[in-house]
Design a protein around this ligand. Structure first.
Ligand SMILES: [Zn+2]
Length: 344
């Protein structure tokens, strides 16, 4: 079990980055920072000031996309620098690229999210373009997570809604995991399952208040906890089930023109909760309250793409046993299920 060593959540904590790194390991004197251009322009001065105070040198790399090609290019660029640690600052892409570089160069990684759009901010999983697998890949857990609530609150609200969608997905992910335990004798960790469930429940119970920026900390903490649940389980099982398979399938059939990760997962959770026999109305209500999409139309996806995604979802990851293994689905029944929950 590999867990983050230090987690700091609060307003303006980005100014404490130097101290945060030194607390993790006071021998760190040379770091590589991966981010996008906008984030760099916004916080570089602040970060430099904090790192200088602790005599930590930094080399900043602006990444263009989140692909294996970018990871390889940056690895060559930083090879001579011999950094002590890698930092990823930004939304999902910079954190994923940084996590992958750290893993393949055997360095530790610090995750510094600037939005709360998914649970990858604390988990040992990355999604990169150019992989031969449609789902995420396991790497190492971030050694530290620094989440500046002030910075995250400045990100578009849509990203926050997406993060909530990713969290609601834990309801069906845990149900699929229970099914795999009961039908296939698969390892099931109650603690990790409860932790993931709890992070979904906190969103469901508070969904009418969450769009208020004062509750961003709750969402960030829930996302970190969900990622930690994966660390404890040693797999993405507590956080990713049939709703994530559906999301990956939708990405595949639409060439990634299908909304944000958490938005797809939210819609997938509506459908999978219906198949599981759970209360799908509460999932729809929660998504509406947090202003996340509940229909194919809202993410610019056609009816046929939803049907096709339902038909191929399980085949994208056959070894991950889910509720989709239990039902026989053809074009008509996929259409009926999606219609019954008003996704199409
Ligand atoms: Zn997810």
């Amino acid at each position: 079990m590999e867990l983050p060593r230090k987690i700091l959540v609060g307003d303006n904590v980005i100014s404490d980055l130097g101290n945060f790194i030194t607390d993790i390991d006071n021998k760190i004197s040379n770091v590589v920072i991966i981010s996008g251009e906008t984030v760099r322009n916004k916080i570089e001065k602040n970060i430099n000031k904090s790192l200088e105070k602790y005599r930590i040198k930094n080399y900043w790399v602006v990444r263009k996309d989140a692909s294996f090609e970018t990871v390889s290019r940056i690895k060559i660029e930083i090879e001579e620098l011999k950094p002590d640690i890698i930092l990823g600052i930004g939304g999902g892409k910079s954190v994923d690229v940084g996590k992958m570089i750290a893993y393949s160069t055997r360095k530790s990684f610090i995750s510094i999210p600037t939005s709360a759009s998914h649970d990858g901010i604390s988990s040992p999983f990355v999604s990169l373009k150019g992989s031969n697998k449609p789902h995420s890949i396991k790497v190492n857990t971030p050694i530290g997570i620094l989440a500046d609530i002030k910075l995250i609150s400045e990100a578009p609200c849509r990203l926050l809604s997406s993060g909530c969608g990713d969290l609601i997905g834990k309801i069906t992910a845990v149900k699929d995991w229970e099914l795999a335990r009961d039908d296939n004798n698969e390892y099931f960790g109650s603690y990790a399952a409860n932790l993931a469930n709890m992070s979904a429940k906190i969103i469901i119970e508070n969904s009418n208040k969450l769009v208020n920026r004062a509750h961003i900390r709750t969402i960030v903490e829930a996302l970190i906890s969900a990622g930690v649940a994966s660390c404890i389980a040693g797999s993405s099982r507590p956080c990713s089930g049939s709703e994530h398979l559906f999301s990956h399938a939708l990405e595949y059939v639409s060439n990634s023109n299908c909304g944000l990760h958490g938005e797809r997962v939210g819609i997938g959770t509506i459908i999978m909760s219906k198949i599981h026999g759970l209360d799908h109305e509460i999932i729809i209500k929660t998504l509406e309250n947090i202003r996340a999409p509940t229909t194919a139309k809202e993410i610019d996806v056609a009816e046929e793409q939803i049907i096709k995604s339902l038909l191929i979802a399980q085949s994208l990851r056959p070894e991950r046993y889910t509720i989709l293994n239990k039902i026989k689905m053809d074009h008509d029944s996929a259409r009926t299920i999606a219609k019954s929950v008003s996704v199409i």
